[in-house]
Design a protein around this ligand. Structure first.
Ligand code: NAI
Length: 354
């Protein structure tokens, strides 16, 4: 029997609300599948952990993470994080544990009013370096202030990171339509994006059955908005991927429907695309679907990594339950035009699991 310890970390803002839904789903899934044992391990992180113990990422949490098979992290109010006692948890975990590919699908759902129907794209975003200052350098940030009126933001691009990201993208595409789009800005960022593009193209040579194209990120933003159905797997650098995945979510009905997985060779962490949504936090109206679908992605990853069909099947059942609830249209949180609460949506999905 597959037995998995899953770290569950609330995060900030709407984090405790949407992660409560994930806990409910974990219990329901555990009860319905005798061939699998999912044990949630609650670990403190974020502003609540800082209030209690003086650090957003306690050493005890880091140590406990090592003992878990998969992790689930809620969103963080990162704009309030400052100083060494408030490390950006996502950034630290992604870099330290080499969760190098941030896989962010955006799919249309029947019954959801959106700009398009039949969209099915996945952004595969580099997750450990790039322009994000807090994950660029070994110690300290990649932003420097030589004089009070000047800031230098350093971007790191390594061949190793580009190569493993490209392989993750091509492997994913092989299980989908076989189409990979590389997105870059090599016409201006000639060295950094040049290295990214050259490395991805070299990896493409190992996947001769794939269709590969590439675009400058500015033009691609237009193409993605105007003809999203022409794309499938989008492989890109950190900052571009962050922006394009929110854009993709906007095409299919919003951030409430956009899941994500931070994946490495050894570990994976489920984490929705959205942030901590301070504008709606504490009201019980956040859409939990992005986090629930992130759990489904983690179960699928566990199934693939451990050759455990029970885990993959559970992920697929969860995905189907969400689709069923969305298709019937009876339960809609406010972001989807309804008045259901987070708890209503969670209960509906549990019900649809059958
Ligand atoms: P955001 O993603 O939190 O919110 C953008 C908009 O989407 C808001 O109107 C919000 O209400 C809505 N929204 C987001 N998730 C939703 C959900 N599940 N259900 C319904 N509506 C939802 O982005 P924003 O406002 O730019 O950032 C807020 C905070 O989150 C900042 O501190 C930012 O740094 C942080 N952030 C953290 C991320 C993470 O931890 N993974 C990712 C992005 C932002």
């Amino acid at each position: 029997m597959g037995a998995y310890r899953l770290a569950v970390m609330d995060g900030d803002g709407i984090g405790p609300e949407v992660i409560a839904s994930v806990r409910t789903l974990l219990t329901a899934l555990n009860d319905m599948e005798p061939g699998i044992d999912l044990t949630p391990v609650d670990l403190p992180v974020g502003l609540a952990a800082y209030e209690r113990g003086g650090n957003t990422l306690p050493a005890s949490t880091l140590a406990a993470l090592e003992t878990c098979d998969g992790w689930i992290l809620g969103p963080l109010t990162t704009h309030q994080y400052a100083g060494p006692a408030m490390p950006n948890i996502s950034a630290v975990l992604r870099k330290r544990f080499e969760l190098f590919a941030n896989i962010r699908p955006a799919r249309s759902y029947p019954g959801i009013e959106a700009l398009y129907s039949n969209v099915d794209v996945v952004v595969v975003r580099e997750n450990t370096e790039g322009f994000y200052a807090d994950r660029n350098l070994l110690n300290g940030t990649g932003e420097l202030m030589p004089t009070p009126d000047t800031v230098l933001s350093v971007r790191v691009v390594t061949q190793r990171a580009c190569e493993r990201l490209a392989r993750a993208g091509f492997d994913l595409a092989r299980r989908r339509s076989g189409h990979v789009t590389l997105v870059h800005k090599a016409n201006v960022l000639r060295l950094g994006c040049g290295l990214f593009l050259d490395t991805c193209r070299a990896v493409a040579a190992d996947y001769p059955d794939m269709r590969v194209d590439d675009f400058h990120v500015d033009a691609f933003a237009m193409h993605l908005v105007m003809r999203p159905r022409d794309f499938d797997v989008i492989v890109t650098t950190n900052l571009f991927g962050d922006v394009l995945s929110d854009l993709s979510a906007g095409l299919i009905g919003g951030l409430g429907l956009a899941p994500g997985l931070n994946a490495g060779h050894e570990r994976a962490m489920a984490q929705a695309v959205h942030g901590s949504a301070p504008d709606i936090a504490g009201r019980g109206i956040a859409n939990p679907i992005a986090s629930i679908l992130s759990l489904a992605m983690l179960l699928d990853w566990l199934g693939t990594t451990h050759a455990d069909p029970n885990a993959s099947n559970l992920g697929a059942r969860l995905q189907t339950a969400v689709e069923t609830v969305l298709a019937t249209g009876r339960v809609r949180t406010p972001d989807l035009g309804g008045s259901a609460t987070t708890a209503d949506m969670t209960a509906a999905i549990v019900g649809a699991l059958g």
